[in-house]
Write a protein that binds this ligand. Structure first.
Ligand code: DAH
Length: 330
């Protein structure tokens, strides 16, 4: 029986200790086996036999408990040692976040116009009919409203379809001269390879005294801006129509992929359309109560710029949040 006490002392883990406990104190253990010998022990020796057994049981239990505490302490120390944090160690490199390519492009555009003394204006994304349409010379039932398939709320409010309403809000608040851009998100009911329900525009507006702002001024700034954005491209102004400008033009750059020879991206025309512009229609000035002024305006889609600059084929991929795409823009 003594050897069990020795075994406890030699145990090197809590598992081994538990095995010893079961082997001795378990139902079929050594202790019960020993105790069952009682019936064969001569009567006069029974008392001593039982006493010895109980002494052994007491010794065994206290040795076991002592060893158990010791092993538990050891296990805890071991665990603490293994899990210790070495604060002086080099850590795994942290992942860098970065600006979304559309925001990077927006920032570049804004930076250019700020350098040309334009101030940056913002307006609400939830607009009303007056600011988004009416004051911009798009009266009710004007066919051009269809071009801007609109998200309406129940209370006649709507999600702005362009950043042009910021022109109106600024002119209603401030006196001319005005030299502003309005970057921001806009919304239309549209979804395909080149359209998403939310996208970004930058609107521009310059207003000064009558005859002080001309198409030549507009042409100069946009040509300079487009060369700054796309490098050494040809720029062409094509007559077009917008309700808020007259005359109006759409502006093309020579295709940056084929240098004007014709390719898939430019539909073999050699040209890429990049913005709309024109001389502010007198009806717009009338809507905001401006008299004896002249002005020009322009508007562009930021995603289109980003796609051209970074050669991105599917507009929707910009909004899928795929890290494999986004991490290329750090
Ligand atoms: N608001 C137009 C659109 O969303 C863009 C635009 C075109 C703005 C011509 C202008 C402009 O100020 O002169 O398609």
């Amino acid at each position: 029986m003594k050897e069990w006490i020795n075994k406890i002392n030699e145990a090197d883990s809590l598992e081994v200790l538990e095995d010893i406990r079961v082997a001795v104190l378990g139902k079929k253990g050594v202790f019960n086996a020993e105790f069952s010998k009682m019936k064969t022990v001569p009567n006069e020796e029974k008392a001593q036999f039982a006493k010895d057994l109980n002494i052994f049981k007491g010794q065994f239990a206290s040795t076991l408990n002592f060893k158990k505490t010791e092993l538990q302490t050891l296990a805890l120390e071991q665990k603490l040692k293994e899990e210790k944090i070495d604060v002086s160690m080099f850590s795994k490199k942290a992942e860098n976040g970065s600006l979304h390519p559309v925001m990077q492009t927006m920032d570049r555009i804004v930076e250019y116009f700020e350098s040309m003394n334009f101030s940056v204006k913002t307006g609400p994304m939830i607009e009303d009919d007056f600011h988004n349409f009416e004051a911009l010379n798009l009266p009710k039932y004007h066919p051009a409203r269809d071009m801007q398939d609109t998200f309406y709320f129940a209370d006649e409010k709507l999600l702005r379809t362009h950043t042009s309403p910021v022109q109106i809000r600024t002119m209603l608040k401030e006196k001319p001269p005005i030299r502003m851009i309005a970057p921001g998100a806009v919304f239309r009911r549209d979804l395909d390879l080149t359209h998403t329900p939310m996208f970004h525009q930058v609107e521009g507006l310059v207003v000064d005294d009558k005859d002080k702002v001309s198409f030549a001024n507009l042409k100069y700034i946009l040509e300079d801006f487009l060369k700054e954005s796309f490098g050494d491209v040809d720029v062409r102004f094509r007559p077009s129509f917008f309700p808020f400008t007259e005359p109006s033009a759409e502006v093309d750059i020579s295709c940056i992929f084929c240098k004007g020879d014709g390719c898939r991206v430019c539909s073999h025309t050699g040209w890429l359309e990049v913005l709309g512009c024109g001389i502010v229609d007198p009806n717009v000035f009338e809507a905001v109560g401006y008299k004896d002024v002249s002005g020009y305006a322009f508007g562009l889609g930021v995603e289109r710029f980003a796609m051209l600059i970074h050669h991105i084929g599917d507009l929707r991929s910009l909004f899928e949040g795929d890290v494999r795409l986004l991490e290329q823009f750090q």
